[in-house]
Design a protein around this ligand. Structure first.
Ligand SMILES: CC(C)[C@H](C(=O)O)[C@@H](O)C(=O)O
Ligand code: SF4
Length: 479
């Protein structure tokens, strides 16, 4: 019987298999950051073990790093200790680290791919749930816990139970203004935040094949928000073009051999998935979340749902609780929701294409009065590229703040936070209670919706912006 992409990569990494036990997998790339590595290094130190494969281990600073005044000492004591600990551990064990101020620093899931470290058919792990991002290259990429981080540091292997496989086949073509972010938000709304539990998702079909690598990363990144173990997309010429010439990509004859292998990494025609979901791309529209989990979303043209309309009692309760926390009323048009803050960034949407699309909408326009807009590149390389294209000028001319690379407002572990009761449109991946700061309210959106929302002051799509231009209406309070 044929095998799926996930099964092929899995089989190629089994070091030991025994009846009734998890498979022991070889790990090709181990990414580290400051939050989930300290106890793992402590464990090594206690047992007197070295890092087994320094050549396959790389660390970056992202969660606790500030995005302003990066040359000044870090004010928050918790963040400072966290970063100092990573620096000390990497120096002691000899791990390559890209610290704040380094040209390769950035969000771990942006850094790996841009260095060409993330490659098709590899196993990638990191003590971070959004490691699923790397699956966009046809890698088997898992988020792991701190004790597993220690296991990988010590052995370069990991015992794992083989997940089931789910195909998410996306037929048709995405309409204009509908992005990978809208697609994945719609998929999560459809299958639910537990819908992918126990599965590796494989996104496939004509709409996926057309997507750029950056869009594919946006999709795989959010697999975890559907509860999945990982998300994958079969590598193709778009993948190979993205990788060619990158720092750690194979070169010369090795490149040719690698591509020949990578081309075999496709689900066989006769392979059977444990579950299958079909999505029609052409029926999708810009999508936003109204609730406090990434599955509580709807097309922007819809209204805030009435909790009473849910048959399932737990969904009804969750919706009631979400509306209360979010300060929303059932039946209110989503477009009428006004925001205080707009955040463009994160490992979901902080890459150059995301910045370009936000900039193209902000060019010649102004961020609405009373709205704060933060543009945070996912990495220093993304920032440099944006500057070389003049995007930073477009952002600041529009009244947005151009910040230094990092996780920033994606989560409240650094100074970029929402105040209690503040509401954001955010290109990140989680809208949990307090995610962007205690009492903060988050609406997950695409970079395009983020830009249109910043200009109009309420949740809006690029089409709303053109309508506003055509009718000469300036948004209430716009400068
Ligand atoms: C801090 C880290 C462990 C966490 C994760 O695992 O994803 C963070 O990156 C997040 O996005 O919530
Ligand atoms: S950008 Fe957000 S989701 Fe990504 S690693 Fe940082 S905190 Fe996690």
């Amino acid at each position: 019987m044929g095998r799926t992409l996930a099964e092929k990569v899995w089989d190629d990494h089994v070091v030991r298999r025994a009846e009734g036990e998890p498979d022991l997998l070889f790990i090709d790339l181990h990414l580290l950051h400051e939050v989930t590595s300290p106890q793992a290094f402590d464990g090594l130190r206690k047992d007197g073990r070295p890092v087994r494969r320094l050549d396959l281990t790389i660390a970056t600073e992202d969660h606790n790093t500030p995005t302003l005044d990066i040359d000044k000492p870090i004010a928050d004591p918790v963040s400072r200790v966290q970063l100092e600990t990573l620096r000390k551990n990497c120096a002691e064990f000899g791990v390559r680290l890209h610290s704040l101020g380094d040209v390769e620093q950035g969000v771990v899931h942006v850094v790996g791919p841009q260095l060409g470290l993330t490659q098709p058919g590899t196993t990638v792990v990191c003590g971070d749930s959004h490691t699923s991002t790397h699956g966009a290259f046809g890698a088997l990429a898992f988020g792991i816990g701190t004790s597993q981080v220690e296991h990988v540091l010590a052995t370069q292997t990991l015992p794992l139970a083989r997940p089931r496989t789910m195909a998410i086949t996306v037929e048709g073509e995405l309409p204009a203004d509908v992005t990978a972010k809208d697609l994945i938000l719609a998929v999560i709304a459809k299958i639910g935040t537990g819908g992918g539990q126990g599965y590796i998702l494989e996104y496939r079909g004509p709409a996926i094949e057309k997507l750029s690598m950056e869009a594919r990363m946006t999709i795989c990144n959010m697999s975890i928000e559907a509860g999945a173990r990982a998300g994958m997309i079969a590598p193709d010429d778009i993948t190979f073009d993205y990788l060619k010439g990158r720092d750690h990509a194979p070169a010369g004859e090795e490149w040719d051999a690698a591509v020949a292998y990578w081309r075999t990494l496709r689900t066989d025609d006769d392979a059977v998935f444990d579950a299958e979901v079909l999505v029609d791309a052409s029926a999708l529209a810009p999508f936003v979340t109204w609730g406090t989990n990434p599955g509580q979303g709807a097309p922007l043209s819809a209204r805030v749902p009435d909790p009473a309309s849910y048959e399932d009692a737990s969904e009804r309760n969750a919706a009631e609780k979400a509306l209360e926390y979010m300060g929303l009323t059932a039946g209110q048009p989503l477009r009428d929701i006004k925001v205080d803050t707009v955040f463009v960034g994160s490992c979901t949407n902080g890459r150059i294409e995301d910045l370009r699309s936000a900039a193209s909408l902000l060019d010649g326009r102004k961020v609405a009065d009373g709205v704060r807009m933060l543009i945070v590149p996912g990495s220093v390389r993304v920032a440099l590229q944006a500057v070389s294209e003049g995007l930073d000028k477009v952002f600041t001319a529009a009244g947005a703040e151009w910040r230094h690379a990092g996780c920033s407002m994606c989560l409240g572990m650094n100074p970029d936070q929402l105040a209690p009761g503040e509401r954001s449109a955010s290109t990140s991946n989680r809208n949990f209670e307090g995610r962007q700061g205690k009492g903060g309210r988050t609406h997950l959106v695409s970079p395009q919706v983020a830009a249109a929302t910043a200009v109009l002051g309420h949740l809006a799509s690029p089409a709303d912006l053109s309508d506003a231009d055509a009718t000469g209406r300036t948004p209430a309070g716009a400068r």
